[in-house]
Design a protein around this ligand. Structure first.
Ligand code: FAD
Length: 208
């Protein structure tokens, strides 16, 4: 088993390598801190190099100079900002995309309190995605899902800047159907830490 980056601490866990591997030789495995990081199975690997070619950390191409900057919030209905973490701009863009028969992909908790990226195509489900969750979400096969659907549908992908960089690196082409929305983000705590926090909270509830 080997890593893709020499220093695995530089990996942001975006899953671009995992999703691009034609031999399914890459698995996202929990490291000692509880972050999902890619591991290559050398028995399956054919050294095609696609994982390295598609890694946003190894191939940083973005031009970070900003020409224009806008600030906004959901002015139409202030109450909708209540369960958003900031100005609820996400909800407005999500509604627009779904009204155009598109798909919205963002982070929500599943019934085991695991944060996963999930797609929705119904306005009534937008609330499930709203709000900041301060831990690393599991992207799983979502980049492959986007690649399969992007030609026929508008897709809004919301994620951390690392996840958006990974998606762009994986797709390798611009597509007018794809809208990427990233967050101001200082970094994500690990799901393992969050799991410990939940256990601690449950202990407190049962002992009181
Ligand atoms: C991990 C993390 C770190 C952040 N760090 C900063 C910071 O350093 N400075 C700062 O000013 N603000 C920070 N934020 C806040 C963030 O910028 C606000 O959540 C955002 O501006 C809210 O905008 P909104 O009201 O339009 O979205 P909301 O309606 O609140 O929706 C939030 C969107 O973010 C997505 N999302 C939520 N959690 C995650 C996650 N863990 N991973 C990927 N996508 C997620 C949801 O799917 C949803 O689409 C952070 C948020 C997160 C999730």
């Amino acid at each position: 088993m080997k890593n893709i980056l020499e220093n695995k601490n530089n990996c942001c866990g975006c899953t671009a390598c995992y999703n691009i591997c034609p031999k399914n030789a890459i698995s996202m495995v929990l490291d000692e801190e509880g972050f999902k990081r890619p591991i290559i199975d050398e028995d399956k690997c054919v050294n095609c190099g696609l994982c390295k070619k598609n890694c946003p950390v190894l191939n940083s191409t973005e031009n970070y100079s900003i020409n224009k900057c806008y600030v906004g919030y959901n002015k139409s209905d202030i109450s909708r900002m209540n369960n958003a973490s900031s100005g609820s701009i996400f909800e407005l863009i999500a509604e627009e995309v779904i009204n155009q028969n598109g798909i919205v992909i963002g982070a929500c908790f599943n019934n085991q309190n695991k944060l996963i990226h999930k797609y929705i195509n119904n306005i009534s489900d937008i609330n499930k995605l709203k709000g900041s969750k301060y831990l690393e979400s599991d992207l799983n096969d979502i980049f492959k899902f986007i690649r399969s659907n992007i030609k026929s549908k508008k897709i809004l992908f919301v994620g951390t800047p690392c996840q958006v960089a990974g998606l762009k690196s994986f797709l390798k082409y611009n597509n007018d159907n794809l809208i990427c929305l990233d967050l101001f983000c200082h970094g994500v705590p690990s799901p393992k830490l969050f799991g410990k926090y939940i256990k601690e909270m449950e202990k407190n509830i049962t002992t009181h």
